[in-house]
Write a protein that binds this ligand. Structure first.
Ligand SMILES: [Zn+2]
Length: 490
């Protein structure tokens, strides 16, 4: 690891330090450090700070990992929040000019962007541990789908989403993507709790408790989009479940409407080799090729899982600008396969990170997912240099924001972006001694070391305490669902 000290770089940069590893994308791309400094917010922060004299909150952490520029770590820097935005990021020595209503001293903590969980089914947190140690199709067909038919309702979604949000905030997630029934209940819950989310409403050929057919799924989903169109926190996209559960005519409807309305599509795709082989047998083409033929693959498309990919698939993803959402723990637990992250990144495909549901993971801890993604990439590629810490951190933050179409407002700590950020206590034994903050964040830290979290400028976690969720009351509701669901099984 190199440690470059820019303390003498000029007064404007204070004690800026950049940590990065040999062979990181910064070096691989042939860029010089000077390029990094002049192309980001860091060189703008002193100027901004001079204009910025007041703030709601001023935070003095031990380190800042802004994610942009890639691999950077700032020491002796501060961040100010004004309203829902990051209003200053500047050397601590200059932060004295800012008068803030609240000042937080967080020595030993790293401040970083809130994590973006780019794929999940939040309400399924109520099914955590219900059926384990099964392959995807028997798990879905014999356990999950019958249970959902018996229990899923607006109340189930409200309580399941609240349980998921409580867990996600305590583990550092500030934005999640969801694909589940009753997304209107999920939207109301996320708004009430101040959580940012992308809700991709399900589209299926068969009836469920939420809708009877594809047209009803689509009309209900688009009605929700109208309801939340002015929301600062909630966006809505299409969530056709998978090529094997949605017919070609309905997939064409989704593609046409998504293009007309310019909204996202998220779909489970190439989750297992079996799915791909069966499609080739039945249709004579791979599922990705089918979706491309139907007009579904493009820069607003988020392809979830993607474990079975040939070179031609990767070339198609790169050419169309589609995004991949990698869910390593779910893929490992269901023995689905491994997404070839290193090969995708080598071709310039944006890869984001998701937990999938708590029923196939079995947690929503994106810190664990980051570590798993980094380790699996090395094992799967046979290259220990695959997915270094800075890349894993980007995958869980800015890449997720990019996949969800939110990179202009979240995913990195930059002046003007919305204030979605977390503080991680690195002074605990689990993360000591500390040679490299990025290494500790990815390879050693646990979600339980997240002490503070802000979403859209609002504090949602303070000294490990959730500010907007009554945990004992939520636990009582969760136990009531457990009782009901347990009775179904017997
Ligand atoms: Zn899923």
């Amino acid at each position: 690891m190199f440690l470059l000290d820019f303390g003498d770089f000029g007064a404007a940069f204070g004690n800026l330090r950049l940590y990065f590893r040999a062979g990181s994308p910064i070096r691989a791309a042939g860029r010089k450090i000077g390029d990094i400094l002049t192309s980001t917010q860091i060189d703008k922060s002193p100027a901004m700070s001079a204009q910025q004299q007041t703030a709601d909150t001023l935070i003095h952490p031990g380190w800042i990992a802004p994610v942009v520029p890639h691999g950077a770590v700032l020491e002796n820097h501060s961040i100010a929040i004004t309203g829902n935005r990051i209003s200053a990021l500047l050397p601590r020595a200059e932060a004295g000019a800012i008068r803030a209503q609240r000042v937080l001293e967080l020595p030993g903590h790293a401040l970083m962007p809130g994590l973006v969980n780019s794929h999940g089914h939040a309400a399924m947190s109520l099914l955590r541990g219900f059926a384990d140690d099964l392959a995807l199709m028997p798990w879905l067909e014999q356990h999950i789908w019958p249970l959902e038919a018996a229990h899923v309702s607006a109340d189930f979604v409200r309580d399941g989403v609240e349980l998921a949000i409580a867990e996600m905030i305590r583990c550092g997630t500030t934005t999640f993507s969801d694909m589940y029934f009753f997304p209107d209940a999920a939207a109301a819950t996320a708004e009430r709790l101040g959580m940012r989310c992308q809700l991709t409403f399900p589209v299926l050929d068969f009836p469920t408790t939420w809708a009877q057919n594809a047209d009803e799924y689509i009309s209900k989903g688009l009605a929700l989009r109208d309801v939340v169109k002015h929301s600062e926190l909630v966006t809505v996209g299409f969530g056709p479940h998978a090529p094997y559960t949605v017919s070609e005519p309905n997939l064409v409807k989704v593609a046409t409407l998504a293009a007309e309305l310019d909204i996202a599509i998220q779909i489970h795709l190439h989750e297992t080799r079996g799915e791909v082989l069966q499609a080739v047998e039945q249709n004579g083409e791979r599922p990705l090729d089918t979706l491309h033929r139907l007009g579904l693959i493009g820069p607003r498309t988020q392809c979830v899982h993607m474990t079975d990919l040939g070179d031609q698939d990767i070339a198609l993803l790169a050419a169309t600008g589609a995004h991949v959402v990698h869910c390593p723990q779910s893929n490992m637990k269901l023995a689905s396969g491994a997404c070839p992250v290193a090969r995708l990144q080598a071709k310039g495909v944006n890869v984001a990170l998701g937990t999938d549901s708590a029923a196939s993971n079995n947690d929503l801890n994106l810190f664990g997912e980051m570590q798993t993604a980094a380790l699996l990439a090395k094992l799967h590629s046979g290259d220990a240099a695959a997915l270094p810490a800075a890349d894993a951190l980007a995958m869980a933050t800015i890449n997720g924001a990019r996949a969800l179409g939110l990179e202009a407002i979240i995913g990195s700590l930059e002046i003007g972006k919305q204030a979605d950020l977390i503080a991680v206590d690195l002074s605990q034994p689990e993360t000591q001694p500390l040679y490299n903050p990025l290494s500790q964040l990815v390879y050693s830290a646990n979600g339980s070391q997240v002490t503070h979290s802000w979403i859209n400028g609002r504090p949602v976690l303070h000294e490990r305490q959730l500010t907007g969720i009554d945990l004992p009351e939520l636990a009582a509701r969760t136990r009531a669902w457990q009782q009901r669901i347990s009775n179904t099984r017997t």
